[in-house]
Design a protein around this ligand. Structure first.
Ligand code: 5GP
Length: 129
């Protein structure tokens, strides 16, 4: 079910549990402010989720509330993940970043995450409605 965009941050969401070490993950990289790990149901050969360690529900929440150090760390970590997975434009065939937010974005986990997808041709961005 998509999340309720008006709800406060839920400390029991699955990514909060991953950050607390209550649920295992396959880490790609961990930094001071961010964690990247493989999606449990990969949709492409590369499918990594990058999350901030702070309690942010969505990209807009993060953009308005996070500190500069968190934002810089997060953006750089996403770039590093693309490099580490070999999909960056220096080495690989490219990638797509997706961050679903709220009802229309069909966000399922209410903790900000960017999907890093690549390793095959990904087709058009959206299917016709
Ligand atoms: P959303 O639809 O919110 O953008 O994406 C949530 C993503 O989290 C999905 O791609 C789903 O496969 C992934 N996911 C859900 N639960 C877990 C989990 O326990 N571990 C990992 N690694 N990924 C998860």
């Amino acid at each position: 079910m998509p999340i309720d965009p008006t709800a406060p941050y839920d400390d029991d969401n699955i990514f909060a549990k991953i950050l607390r070490g209550e649920i295992p993950n396959t880490t790609v990289i961990e930094t001071e402010h961010s964690l990247a790990f493989h999606d449990i149901t990969p949709q492409a050969p590369t499918h990594v989720l990058v999350i901030p360690k702070g309690a942010y529900v969505s990209f807009d929440h993060f953009a308005s509330e996070a500190g500069e150090a968190e934002i810089i760390d997060y953006v750089r970590t996403i770039g590093q993940v693309a490099q580490m997975c070999g999909v960056d434009l220096g080495e690989g065939g490219g990638f797509r970043l997706i961050s679903n937010a709220g009802r229309d974005g069909v966000q399922e986990v209410p903790h900000l995450h960017v999907h890093v997808l690549g390793g095959r041709g990904l087709g058009r961005m959206l299917q016709p409605a």
